[in-house]
Design a protein around this ligand. Structure first.
Ligand code: BES
Ligand code: ZN
Ligand code: ZN
Length: 514
C-alpha cells in the first residue's frame, strides 16, 4: 500500500488547517447549511454559497463544486462542496461514494493533501463511519503502476495525507470511530490485493502464485487460518474430472486451494468459492484475439476470496468458520487439451459432455461446489465467478448478477451489495431452460447452443452441483474488471468487486460487528 497518512482531528475545521483542500457535504434541498459549511462560508464572506447558487448547485448525489484561492481567509487553498442527495435516501454508501469522488477529484487537481468534515449523519454508526473514511481514501488513490517507469509515472498525482474532522463525538464513539479507521485500512488492503492480483499479467499470477499468496495469508493469520492445497494426483483420486479437464492443456499444474478460517464452531459455517482460471484462452474452442486480451481477469473470483481472507487473517472477527476455495488452473490449447465432444465425470459422479472448451469456468466450479458440499458441508456457500460474457449483455459492465437457490439469501446479499456500493441485481433461475442442458450422450452438456440467456443457463448448470446447501452464484464477469476509463469507484482494470460485500455479509451474521 502506498505510504499515506490519516490524521484524526477533534478540532474545528477552521482551527489551524493542515491540508490544501477541505471537503464539505450538503444534502439536497436542505435550506440550512451544516455547521462546517456555515462556518467556512461565513469566513469567506458567503463566497461558497454564492458560487453554489451561481452554478445551480442543489446538493444532488455526487454533484461537486470547488472554490479556489481561499487561502487568505479560510486557510485552505480550496474548498470542495459535494452533494449527498436527499436526506431520506441517505445510506452508508452515499457518504462513501461522495468521499471517494471528492478525493478522486482533488487528486486530479494535483493537490496532495485533503481534509474532510465528516457528516454527523454518517456517524449513527461511528465505527462504520471511520471505516468508510479510510476505504474512500485508500481506494480512491489506487493505481496499478508498478510496471511503469518513473518517467511515465511523473505526472500521476496522489493524495498523501487526509485530515479527518469528526463531528463532536462522545469519548466512546470516538474510540469506535478510530477502530473503524484502522479496520478500514485493512479492508482497503484486501480490496487492493484483489485488484493487484487481477491486474498482474497471467505470466505472473499462475495457479502456483495463487497458492503462494494463499499460504502467505495463512502464515500472517498466526494460527487463525489454515490451508490445504490439493495437487493433480489428489484431485484425480477424488474424481474431479470436470476441473481437471480444464487444466489438461496447460503446462502449469492445477492447484486446488482450500483456506479455512478457524472461527467459532457454534456459529454458521460459510464457504466462499472463487473462479480461478489464471488465463482463459478458450482452450481448443479458442477465443478471438480481441476477446482474449483481458482474460488474465478470469481469476477475479479467486482473487476476491483471497482479499476477504486477507482481512479475516488480520482482524480475527468473532464469526463462525469460513472456508475459501480456489480451484485454480489455466485454460490453454495444446495436444493434451480437452476436445469438444470429450465426456468427463465430475466429483458428484454426473457426466458432462464438453461441447465448448471456453465454457470452462462452470467445469472447474462444478467440482469446487461438489467438494464443498461433500467435504465441508457449510451452512451457506457463495461462489464469485467471471462466468459469462452474457451477464454483461444482460446488465451492462458494472453490475454483477446474483443467482442462487435461496431467495432470502439472495435478498440479504443484494442488500449488503447496495450498502457497500457494489452494484448488483438478482437474476431469475428459470427452470424452463434446464432441458437445454441435457446431452444425448452424457448427463449434461456444458453449453446449450441456445444463443440467448447465457448467464442464466450457466447458473443453472452450476445448480446441478449443489444439492441442498443454500447457495448463491455471483457472476462478476463485468463488475470485476473495468475495460473503460477509471472512475473513482471503478479504477481501470481490476475493481476488487465483492471483497467489501462478502466481508460485510460474513460479518453480519454476528451483530456485534460492522
Ligand atoms: N471467462 C469467460 C467469461 C468472460 C467473458 C469473463 C468476458 C469476462 C469477460 C468464460 O469462461 C467464457 O468464455 N464464457 C463463454 C461461454 C460460452 C462459451 C457459452 C462466453 O461468455 O462467451
Ligand atoms: Zn472461457
Ligand atoms: Zn473463463
Amino acid at each position: 500500500m502506498r505510504q499515506a497518512n490519516i490524521i484524526l482531528q477533534t478540532d474545528d475545521v477552521l482551527k489551524n488547517p493542515k491540508a490544501e483542500v477541505l471537503v464539505l457535504f450538503h444534502f439536497e434541498s436542505d435550506s440550512k447549511k451544516n455547521d462546517s459549511y456555515n462556518k467556512i462560508d461565513q469566513k469567506l464572506g458567503n463566497r461558497l454559497s454564492k458560487k453554489a447558487e451561481r452554478f445551480g448547485f442543489k446538493g444532488e448525489k455526487n454533484e461537486i463544486i470547488v472554490l479556489h484561492d481561499v487561502e487568505a481567509s479560510a486557510g485552505y487553498d480550496a474548498v470542495l462542496l459535494c452533494g449527498v442527495g436527499k436526506r431520506d435516501k441517505f445510506i452508508q454508501n452515499t457518504f462513501y461514494e461522495a468521499l471517494v469522488r471528492s478525493l478522486g477529484e482533488i487528486s486530479k487537481m494535483k493537490f496532495s493533501s485533503a481534509a474532510v468534515a465528516v457528516l454527523p449523519e454518517a456517524c449513527d454508526n461511528p465505527k462504520m463511519a471511520g471505516r468508510l473514511v479510510t476505504e474512500a481514501f485508500y481506494l480512491s488513490q489506487y493505481r496499478f503502476d508498478k510496471y511503469k517507469s518513473a518517467q511515465a509515472k511523473k505526472h500521476d498525482q496522489h493524495l498523501e495525507k487526509l485530515v479527518v474532522y469528526e463531528p463532536q463525538l462522545t469519548k466512546n464513539d470516538l474510540q469506535a470511530f478510530s477502530e473503524g479507521l484502522a479496520y478500514g485500512a485493512i479492508v482497503s488492503e484486501g480490496v487492493m490485493l484483489t485488484r493487484d492480483l487481477v491486474n498482474e499479467p497471467a505470466i505472473y499470477v499462475t495457479p502456483e502464485k495463487l497458492a503462494e499468496k494463499a499460504k502467505q495469508i495463512a502464515v500472517q493469520a498466526k494460527g487463525a487460518v489454515s490451508i490445504k492445497i490439493l495437487g493433480k494426483g489428489e484431485c484425480e483420486r477424488l474424481g474431479m474430472g470436470a476441473y481437471l479437464s480444464v487444466a489438461k492443456g496447460s503446462d502449469l499444474e492445477p492447484q486446488f486451494i482450500v483456506l479455512h478460517y478457524n472461527g467459532d464452531k457454534k456459529k454458521k459455517k460459510m464457504c466462499i468459492i472463487g473462479k480461478s482460471i489464471t488465463f482463459d484462452s478458450g482452450g481448443l474452442s479458442l477465443k478471438t484475439s480481441k476477446h482474449m486480451e483481458t482474460m488474465k481477469l478470469d481469476m477475479a473470483g479467486g482473487a476476491a476470496v483471497l482479499g476477504v481472507f486477507h482481512v479475516l487473517s488480520k482482524t480475527h472477527p468473532p464469526i463462525g468458520e469460513v472456508y475459501g476455495i480456489l480451484p485454480a488452473c489455466e485454460n490453454m490449447p495444446s495436444g493434451k487439451a480437452s476436445r469438444p465432444g470429450d465426456i468427463v465425470s465430475a466429483l458428484n459422479k454426473k457426466t458432462i459432455e464438453i461441447l465448448n472448451t471456453d465454457a470452462e469456468g462452470r467445469l472447474a466450479l462444478a467440482d469446487a461446489l461438489s467438494y464443498a458440499e461433500k467435504y465441508i458441508k457449510p451452512d451457506y456457500m457463495i461462489n464469485l465467478a467471471t462466468l459469462t460474457g452474457a451477464i454483461m449483455v444482460a446488465l451492462g459492465p458494472d453490475i454483477a448478477g446474483i443467482f442462487g437457490n435461496n431467495d432470502a439469501l439472495a435478498e440479504e446479499f443484494f442488500k449488503k451489495a447496495q450498502e457497500e456500493g457494489e452494484e448488483a441485481w438478482i437474476m431469475p433461475m428459470h427452470e424452463g431452460y434446464k432441458p437445454k442442458m441435457k446431452s444425448s450422450v452424457a448427463d449434461l452438456k456444458n453449453v446449450t447452443g441456445m444463443g440467448y440467456g447465457g448467464a442464466i443457463t450457466a447458473a443453472l448448470f452450476l445448480s446441478e452441483f449443489v444439492e441442498k446447501t443454500p447457495w448463491l452464484h455471483i457472476d462478476i464477469a463485468g463488475s470485476s474488471y473495468n475495460e473503460g476509463e477509471s472512475t473513482p469507484t471503478r479504477p481501470k482494470g481490476g475493481t476488487g468487486w465483492g471483497v467489501r460485500t462478502v466481508l460485510s455479509w460474513l460479518l453480519s451474521h454476528d451483530k456485534k460487528n460492522l
